[in-house]
Write a protein that binds this ligand. Structure first.
Ligand SMILES: Cc1cc2nc3c(=O)[nH]c(=O)nc-3n(C[C@H](O)[C@H](O)[C@H](O)COP(=O)(O)O)c2cc1C
Length: 450
């Protein structure tokens, strides 16, 4: 609307035992990872704060020394099923890997969730950041980086095709004529590709949002191309505002080259917030978290992010120069660059990651935090932010109760939801069914069922 101030988007990464490794150890933190009541309340806090979405990360393996929030967790699609019933407006974003499931299964689950929630679902498309997942899926090894993206590209095309296998008005349910479905509006997919053969149609109608919102976090060249092709929200790890601005520009250019509207891509860097009534109080909390951080855990997280075990390197030496990570390139590049800019030793980088997961740490009063978010937003470094509260529920409630009102007062964030679907919250268009655009939906082996 003309004259209306542009507003930021907010999401929260709900790792209930805390986003940072020591979060769960604070006296005020609740035992989290498998605590549905805590997850339900934190999701309600996000809805009270008018957040765009809560976001659930996922992985498909575990071991005792893993990050406490990742060593055990609810299967997130199942978890979302429960949360669709306890919430009414907030978006629900779920991580699902394209490497270890079949497109038909996932298209069906995501469509079901989008129907159950009235159009509030997003899919965080990952190829799998944890290589050892392969051993839980009868595979000898995790597919290499480029192949994972090739699989993911075909996977997403198949999923979209399955969602389009029903035209919008294919379900007739006319009691008088006895016609349940219009068979001419149900389409076979007939996909035969390099990785998948899928006949279709899907056994559930097109999701209310057309497609659930596509989210992604790739930052490698292949990851950026993938995001440019599909993603509508991109999560990113950024420490430096100018680098973040350049990343937004790089993505917008890539989106444009793919023939998409760059306005339909929202870039959301991760923020690890610590709110205090004074800056000293926030810094004291950060110090408390630091004192509780187990350096072995912190080194493990750093090694995962850098794509190589760093525990054998001298702690007080420089951060070693490593070949490009094949697991999380975006994290690795940002962390290496941060260490270089700030002249950090390996110990300092380890401790920094221990307290922030490598994301941007903002520690201060509500006004100080709002100032920094406002500056990044106004300068084009972000369309919004994905919060990673260090512990739950307190660190998140502090943000909702004290920072959100400051952002609202400045006109930077909504005071009420204006839409019902996640696409409406994010200002994203609903993808029309290809038949409405006049496209021939009987490509290749496709044909209508009737
Ligand atoms: C905020 C954020 C959350 C992520 N969550 C997950 C996740 O839940 N599961 C996963 O396997 N990968 C996750 N990733 C990793 C990304 O999906 C991606 O694999 C990674 O950024 C590497 O991509 P790249 O090699 O193209 O940079 C996440 C990344 C970011 C920045």
């Amino acid at each position: 609307m003309a004259g209306q101030r542009r507003q930021m988007h907010l999401g929260v990464l709900l790792l209930a035992a805390g986003n940072v490794v020591s979060g769960w150890r604070l006296p005020e933190a609740e035992a989290g990872a498998q605590n549905f009541d805590l997850i339900r309340r934190a999701t309600e806090s996000a809805e009270r704060g008018k957040f765009d979405f809560v976001f659930f990360a996922d992985g498909l393996n575990t071991f005792p020394g893993m990050h406490p929030s990742m060593v055990l967790r609810f299967e997130p699609l199942t978890l979302l099923g429960a949360l669709t019933m306890t919430t009414s407006r907030i978006g629900l974003a779920v991580t699902a890997s394209t490497t270890y499931t079949e497109p038909y299964n996932l298209a069906r689950m995501l469509a079901s969730l989008d129907h159950l929630s009235g159009g509030r679902i997003a899919w965080n498309i990952v190829t799998g950041a944890f290589a050892e997942a392969a051993f839980n899926f009868s595979a000898a090894k995790h597919p290499p980086h480029e192949e994972r993206y090739a699989i993911a590209t075909e996977f997403v095309e198949v999923v979209k095709g399955l969602w389009d296998s029903w035209e919008e008005d294919a379900l007739v349910m006319d009691k008088t004529s006895g016609r349940f479905v219009d068979a001419a509006k149900m389409h076979m997919l007939g996909h035969e590709g390099k990785f998948y053969t899928v006949k279709g149609p899907l056994n559930i109608t097109r999701p209310p949002q057309g497609y659930p919102v596509f989210m992604q976090a790739g930052a490698s060249d292949t990851g950026v191309n993938f995001a440019a092709t599909f993603a509508e929200v991109v999560f990113t790890v950024q420490q430096n505002k100018d680098v973040a601005i350049a990343f937004v520009q790089r993505l917008r250019n890539a989106v444009q080259q793919c023939g998409r509207n760059p306005e339909h891509l929202k870039v959301m860097p991760g923020i690890c917030p610590i709110v205090g009534s004074t800056e000293a109080e926030a810094r004291a909390k950060l110090a408390e978290l630091g004192a509780l951080t187990d350096p072995v855990y912190a080194m493990k997280v750093l090694s995962e992010r850098m794509g190589q075990d760093l525990s054998g390197y001298p702690l007080d030496g420089p951060v070693p120069t490593l070949p490009p990570s094949t697991i999380m390139q975006g994290h690795a590049i940002t962390l290496a660059e941060t260490a270089r800019r700030r002249n950090m030793t390996l110990r300092e980088l380890r401790d920094f990651v221990g307290m922030s997961m490598g994301h941007k740490l903002i520690c201060g009063t509500p006004e100080q935090i709002a100032d920094e978010l406002e500056e990044w937003f106004n300068d084009g470094a972000a369309h919004g932010f994905n919060l990673l509260p260090p512990w739950f529920p307190g660190a998140f409630d502090d943000f909702v109760d004290h920072v959100v009102p400051v952002l609202q007062k400045r006109g930077l964030f909504r005071t009420e939801y204006s839409g019902h679907t996640l696409r409406e919250h994010l200002g994203l268009p609903r993808p029309e069914h290809p038949a409405r655009r006049g496209a021939n939906v009987t490509r290749g082996g496709e044909r209508s069922v009737g």
